[in-house]
Design a protein around this ligand. Sequence first.
Ligand code: FAD
Length: 499
Amino acid sequence: MMQLECDIAIIGSGAGGGVIAKELAPLCRKGLKVLLLESGPYVTREYFDQTEENMTRLYWDRGGTQTKDGAMTIAQGRCVGGSTTFFTGTTFRMPQHVLDKWNVPDLTLDDLKPRYQRIEEELSVHELSDQYINKNNRYFKKGMDHLGWSGGPLRINTSKACKPYGYCNLGCASGAKQGTMEVQIPKAMSQGVELIPNCHVTKIGERELWARVTPAPKGTHPNHHPQGDYHIRARVVYVCAGAVRSPALLLKSGLPVMSPMLGRNITFHPAMIVYGIHSEQIDGHQGFPKAYYCDEFSKTNRYLLETCFYYPFVAAKNVGAWGDEEKEVMANYHRLMAILILHHDDVFPHNRVRTKGEKFVVDYKIDAAMIKSLTEAQIASAEIFFEAGCESVVVPASSKLIVSRDERKKLREYVSEKNMLLNKVTITSAHPQGGCGMGQDVAYSVVNSYGQVHGHPWLFVMDASVYPQCIEINPYLTIMALADRSAEFVRGNVEKLLL
Ligand SMILES: Cc1cc2nc3c(=O)[nH]c(=O)nc-3n(C[C@H](O)[C@H](O)[C@H](O)COP(=O)(O)OP(=O)(O)OC[C@H]3O[C@@H](n4cnc5c(N)ncnc54)[C@H](O)[C@@H]3O)c2cc1C
C-alpha cells in the first residue's frame, strides 16, 4: 500500500469540493499541503464530443443510479467538476421561507447574501440576452403569460464564450458553462492544491483514509500518481462526494459516535419531463436549453416548472411509453417543446441511504402526495403547451399518452393519479440532497452549520448532503455559498484544527 500525507484532504471536486479547494488554496502559500481526491477522470472541454455514448461515461452509472424500487433514477457527475460539469447553470438564491424551514440556528441570509453576490460575479451569472432564447423558451413564456401565471427569466452562469450548442448536460464544449472544473479548480491548482483524479476513496478513519487510484481512461488527462491502493494521512478531511455518496461513504467507514441521522433526511426534487408537439419547427435542441421558470404552483401544489431540452436518448426515455407511441413522439423531435417538472419533496423516516456490504442502497418512496403533485404539474404543463400553440401534448400520467388540442377540455379526465404508474413513467433526479443534514444537535443532525461533523472536529462534510430539507429551487449556488462559509471557518481556525 502506497502512503501519502497531507494537511487537508478533500474528497470530491463538484460544487462543494471545488469551492472548498479554491477557498483553502491560500493555505498552500503558508506551507500546507492540500489534496483534492476525485473518483472520476480529469477531462477538459477538448474531450467533450457531445455524444450521449461517450459523455454519459462521465456520470455515475451513466446517469441512471436507481433507487431500490427502481421508480427513480439519480444523475450525478463522476469526473473532475462532479455534477457541475453537466449542470445547466440555472442559478437561484435560497428563499427565506426555505431557510426558515431548515431552521439551522446560526445560518442567515444576511451571511449568505455577500457570498451569493461574489460567487455570481465570479461565475458571470446573468439573464440570457434575446439572441440565446430559442423557440422552446420563447413559447413557454408566451404560454405562461397567456395563462397569467407567475414566473420569469432564469439567471444562468455562462461566460461570453457560450455558443450555444444546446447539449449543456453532456458537458460544455465551448467552456462557457461555469462549473468548478472550469473556474474554481484551475484557481485552486494554480495556488498549489494537488488534484488526484481517478482516485476513489473507499474508507475514512480518524484523520486517515484509504483510496484506490485507477488508470486514467483514454482521452483524459494522465495520472501523476501510480495506480494502486493508498493510505492517506490527513489532519483535516472534507467529504464532498455529493448527496447519496457522502453519507454512504461515512456509513461504510463506521466512525464512532456518528449521528443517528446519518443517511436520513434525503430529498431529491423528483423530476419529470413532458412534451408538447407544436405546429411549427421548434428545434429545441439548438440554442440554450433553459431561459424561463414558472412558480405559480410552487407553494400550493409544491412544484416548479422550468424550460428544458434533451438529446435523443434522454428525450426518448422520458416519453413514458415504448413502441409506436414513443416512435410517434420521437418522429416529431424537431417540433417538440419540453418542460421540466421539479417536485418539492419532504423528508420522511422511511427514505434513507444505507449500506449493503461494499455497496449502498437508496430507499425512497414516491408517495401519494408526490404523485398528486406530479400529476397536477403535467396538467399545468399541458395548459402552457396549448397556450403556446402546440397541436398536442404528451402526458405520461394519462389514459391517452398523446392528447390533441380538440381534447384539451378532457385533460383532467385522461390525466389522473391512478394513471401515474410508477416504474412506467420516468422519474429522475439531478438534485439529490441530504443524508448529512446540518443542525445544532447530534440527535437530529450530522454536521453543524460549517459542515463540521458533530463529535469529530477534524471531519467536515460540504456538498448537497448537508441540506436538512429540500431547497425547492436549483441547488448549486447555495452549496457553493455554504462551502465558502465553511472554508472561511477553517481558514480562521486552522491552527486549532490541524493540531
Ligand atoms: C444534468 C444536471 C443538470 C443540473 N443542472 C443544475 C442547474 O442548472 N442548476 C443547479 O443549481 N443545479 C443543477 N444541477 C445540480 C448540481 O449540479 C448539483 O446539485 C451540485 O453539483 C451538487 O454538488 P455536490 O458537491 O454535492 O456534488 P457533485 O457536484 O456531484 O460532486 C461530487 C463529486 O464527488 C466525487 N466522488 C463521489 N464519491 C467519491 C469517492 N468515494 N472518492 C472520490 N470522489 C468521490 C464525484 O465523482 C463527484 O465529482 C444539475 C445536475 C445535473 C446532473
